[in-house]
Design a protein around this ligand. Structure first.
Ligand code: SF4
Length: 346
């Protein structure tokens, strides 16, 4: 049985042909799927014979809501969804002035083992399918009753470690008979897999790219992010420059401020040296503390000082608004808690 949220419009037309229907029925089906319908009987312009065939041969996988946290202060909501094989993924819904945004996960777990992150603590379980990533959007709209206009792929997982499904996910949501989402409304965040950054800038020049930088030199970055041992800064930064030159798009560098580690004046001086002259923007994140990592946040006051230093050096920077500060803010925390609870019950 095929999960229809995994199929492109052309593949849905092929499915209609397989069912003995003309291709345009596949286009109609595609339209219904992206209107959020999951019951074939509600797809009122499809003939009965096709509806019956779909009930036998296809499915639309909704995710099972396992937990939900809602901020009382800013409308942020965090969801823990169950996958059919028993794994769980986190999705965050955020309200911004320019529209609603969801932050989706691309993998169950992560193999990158960044020192500050709850998602990588137990390693990678598996890649998500494009349909499971799309379901995070569709089911969050169902749960909140609100439309989402922007998607950031910044939840659990390294999207470029699951490139085929991430590209399929973007292509499907971009199709005009479905969600018709502009490429510019997607942001994909990577920890710095250099060869994939190069491929991505060729294939998706309109999609925004964010790079988790978090340190201005190799020694510190390798200690925080093991990926840096494979792709050190003298490879990563030129790949980022090449992305901006090829696409004409500004790249975002994520920099989580960790007290005494990467927030000293010396570190910020190195950061300025590294990024000066690049078409970029630095997103400073007061670290969300995860007790398992033992790392401490620099706090908002220091984050503002760092922002001023960067701006004075001509590098645009913002301090990320602390969304949902009254709920488990760090990515992966909800999933980690659920895992720990399940383990303690074993
Ligand atoms: S920060 Fe991202 S890449 Fe690093 S371990 Fe966490 S999910 Fe993986």
């Amino acid at each position: 049985m095929k999960d229809l949220r995994n199929l492109t419009e052309a593949e849905m037309q092929d499915l209609a042909k397989e069912a003995g229907q003309p291709a345009f029925r596949g286009r109609q089906l595609f339209g219904w799927v992206y209107k959020g319908r999951t019951d074939f009987r509600e797809m009122t312009n499809l003939p009965e014979v096709f509806t019956a065939w779909l009930e036998e041969n296809a499915r639309i996988d909704s995710l099972k809501l396992l937990a939900r946290q809602a901020s009382k202060t800013d409308g942020t909501q965090k969801f823990l969804y169950g996958l059919p094989d028993g794994n769980a993924v986190e999705t965050v819904f955020m309200k911004y002035k320019y529209g609603n945004t969801v932050c989706v996960s691309s993998q169950a777990g992560c193999r990158m083992h960044c020192a500050f992150c709850a998602s990588g603590i137990n390693g990678l379980v598996r890649n998500l399918t494009a349909g499971e990533i799309i379901s995070q959007l569709m089911d969050t709209e169902r749960e909140t009753g609100e439309k989402v206009s922007r998607i950031v792929v910044m939840g659990t997982g390294e999207p470029f470690d699951n490139y085929e499904e991430i590209s399929r996910f973007i292509r499907i949501l971009h199709e005009k008979d479905g969600r018709n989402m502009s490429s510019r409304n997607f942001t994909v965040s990577t920890c710095g897999l250099v060869p994939v950054i190069e491929r991505f800038s060729e294939e998706f020049p309109q999609v925004n790219l964010a790079v988790s930088l978090h340190a201005p030199d190799d020694e510190l970055r390798s200690s925080l992010m093991p990926v840096n041992r494979s792709y050190p800064l003298d490879q990563l930064i030129p790949a980022c420059r090449a992305y901006t030159e090829k696409t004409g798009r500004r790249i975002t560098f994520e920099y989580a401020l960790i007290r005494g580690k990467n927030d000293t004046d010396e570190s910020i001086g190195k950061l300025i040296h590294l990024l000066r002259g690049m078409l970029c923007h630095v997103n400073l994140i007061p670290l969300n503390e995860v007790s398992e990592t033992g790392l401490l946040t620099s706090g908002r006051k220091r984050a503002e000082e760092v922002r001023e230093k960067l701006e004075a050096a001509g590098i645009p920077a913002t301090v990320r608004r602390q969304l949902g500060a009254d709920i488990d803010g760090a990515c992966g925390q909800l999933r980690l808690k659920a895992q720990q609870a399940a383990e303690s019950e074993d």
